[in-house]
Design a protein around this ligand. Structure first.
Ligand code: ZN
Length: 234
């Protein structure tokens, strides 16, 4: 099974599992801390063997994961969470209803719009789903934004999975510009909420942008996020 493991920063890895039915990477992240092994998102249940294999390559068994945080409740982010039997699991209260009966045991609810969890600061974005959150790691400057921004279907770039991603940035700016030009799409897909989410993401001094799907961006992250806000048609 096809997956790509990349060091983002010391102790932080992306584990991107290729989903051949969606033609996209579904991303998970592993953060190794002194007393915690934190997973952010976990891919679909049907890809559990690939996830276990990727974790094994990093010397981690699923029972060693102490904390699991879901950026939101879609199956490609929480599907394999039952593998982490010993972990405290977290999801925003507004996405709890998305968990299946099998997934629900062990989950605790994040009830606030912002706060701190496992040394990461979280913010409710509430656009992709009502309970979508972003997580920022002040130690490494990694900003995990779930699917608020993601590079669905994008493959590894010529300079690697960790990339500046000029083309990905340009494509995303074009997407925002086109969306902003359609009054129907603005109201149908809650454009204003998307923009306020970008504004809150851009306030972090982020070194990396780690999304729910596809390559991880490095360098000039706040500039990129601000450029997306500025791409909208007035
Ligand atoms: Zn997703």
């Amino acid at each position: 099974m096809n997956y790509e493991v990349t060091v983002i920063s010391p102790g932080v890895h992306s584990l991107a599992i290729w989903d051949s039915s969606w033609n996209s990477y579904n991303n998970c992240y592993l953060l190794k801390r002194d007393h915690e092994v934190i997973m952010i998102d976990c891919g679909k249940m049907e890809h559990d063997e690939a996830l276990l294999d990727a974790l094994r390559g990093l010397g981690i068994g699923p029972l060693e994961v102490t904390q699991f945080i879901a950026t939101h409740g879609h199956e490609d982010h929480v599907g394999a969470s039952s593998l982490f039997e010993n972990a405290l699991k977290w999801i925003h209260t507004q996405d709890t209803h998305r968990l299946t009966e099998q997934q629900r045991p062990g989950f605790h609810e994040i009830a606030s719009e912002d706060g701190e969890l496992c040394g990461l600061s979280y913010t409710l974005l509430g656009h992709h789903t009502d309970g979508s959150i972003a997580l920022f790691d002040p130690v490494t400057g990694c900003l995990f934004c779930g699917d608020h921004i993601c590079f669905f279907g994008a493959e590894t770039q010529t300079d690697g999975f960790l990339t500046f991603g000029s083309e990905l940035r340009t494509n995303t700016r074009n997407f925002v510009r086109q969306w902003s030009n359609s009054p129907e799409d603005r109201s149908a897909y809650r454009f204003d909420r998307y923009i306020s989410g970008l504004q809150s993401l851009s306030r972090h001094d982020a070194a990396f942008l780690a999304t729910g799907h596809g390559p991880v961006l490095t360098r000039q992250i706040a500039e990129f996020l601000t450029s997306l806000v500025d791409s909208q048609h007035p």
